[in-house]
Design a protein around this ligand. Structure first.
Ligand SMILES: NC(=O)c1ccc[n+]([C@@H]2O[C@H](COP(=O)([O-])OP(=O)(O)OC[C@H]3O[C@@H](n4cnc5c(N)ncnc54)[C@H](O)[C@@H]3O)[C@@H](O)[C@H]2O)c1
Length: 251
């Protein structure tokens, strides 16, 4: 077990990439808390059934400092510390700036960027005594631009740079911060992007064809990469981007 008795928080762990990460960490021996705005009690119970430790769910809006603080307080009250924080919660929509409303911009930034800030701010003090790891799930769209997805690109570029800045500030105190940058992965988030387009099948095919590997990624592949970043195997990585995008950014 690579995360035996580590105390881990995974935001947005109700479904998709976050759930796959929570499942993998549970199997690897971690005490996992899923912090999600949805109702993930069933998901947490299903993890408890497969892992050595109980997984738990705490309903949390990562964009609310009050929610985040009470979630972190509850984890610390139970375990005394946090070893691993995976900032995974995120939302996406496809629009250029000209048709993005102020509300849409604020809502997306609140989850994708402010959520990473708030959760990290709350968790870092609980990591200090014994060190810790923060894995920020950014995106290939935090590294390269793309048509009609301006706010999302801006938010994920922000996550990449926030991760580097936090790595510099907190590396000396034993807290490693790195980014996971997945390319298109088969989840509800991406499905909803396809469904919102004029021709979902054509958009899906165009995504697949852009990738060297000619296919979408899977949540499990992301979970393997997150496990690497959360474990001692990546002990010399700080402020780095682990790109896992089937070759989207290669050409
Ligand atoms: N799927 C992809 O193609 C892809 C590619 C690159 C990066 N990502 C990133 O990976 C992460 C996970 O994406 P996914 O595809 O699994 O998405 P998803 O929509 O399947 O899951 C996202 C989860 O985040 C939760 N969430 C949303 N708003 C929240 C909030 N305010 N507070 C707490 N939880 C909240 C949702 O309830 C959901 O459980 C996101 O940050 C996303 O931007 C996804």
């Amino acid at each position: 077990m690579r995360l035996r008795d580590k105390v881990a928080v995974v935001t947005g762990g109700q479904r998709g990439i976050g759930f796959a990460i929570a499942r993998k960490f549970t199997r690897e021996g971690a005490h996992v808390t899923i912090a999600d705005i949805g109702n993930a009690a069933e998901e947490a119970a299903s993890l408890s059934a497969i892992g050595a430790n109980e997984a738990r769910f705490i309903k949390t809006d990562v964009g609310s400092e009050r929610d985040v603080k009470s979630m972190v307080d509850a984890v610390v009250a139970e375990h005394g510390r946090i070893d691993i924080l995976v900032n995974n919660a995120g939302i996406e929509f496809y629009k250029p700036v000209t048709t993005t409303t102020e509300d849409e911009w604020d809502r997306l930034m609140r989850v994708n960027l402010k959520g990473v800030f708030l959760c990290s701010k709350a968790a870092i003090p609980a990591m200090r005594p014994s060190g810790g790891v923060i894995v920020n799930v950014a995106s290939e769209l935090g590294l390269v631009g793309e048509a009609n997805v301006a706010a999302y690109c801006a938010s994920k570029g922000g996550v990449v740079m926030l991760s580097k800045a936090m790595a510099i500030d907190h590396g000396p105190e034993g807290i490693r911060v790195n980014c996971l940058c997945p390319g298109p992965v088969s989840t509800k988030l991406l499905e909803e992007v396809f469904l919102a387009s004029d021709d979902p099948e054509r958009m899906r095919r165009s995504f697949e064809q852009r990738m060297v590997l000619n296919r979408l990624g899977t949540p499990d592949e992301c979970a393997d990469a997150a496990l690497f970043l959360a474990s001692e195997e990546s002990s010399f990585m700080a402020g780095a981007n682990l790109v896992l995008d089937g070759g989207w950014t290669t050409r």
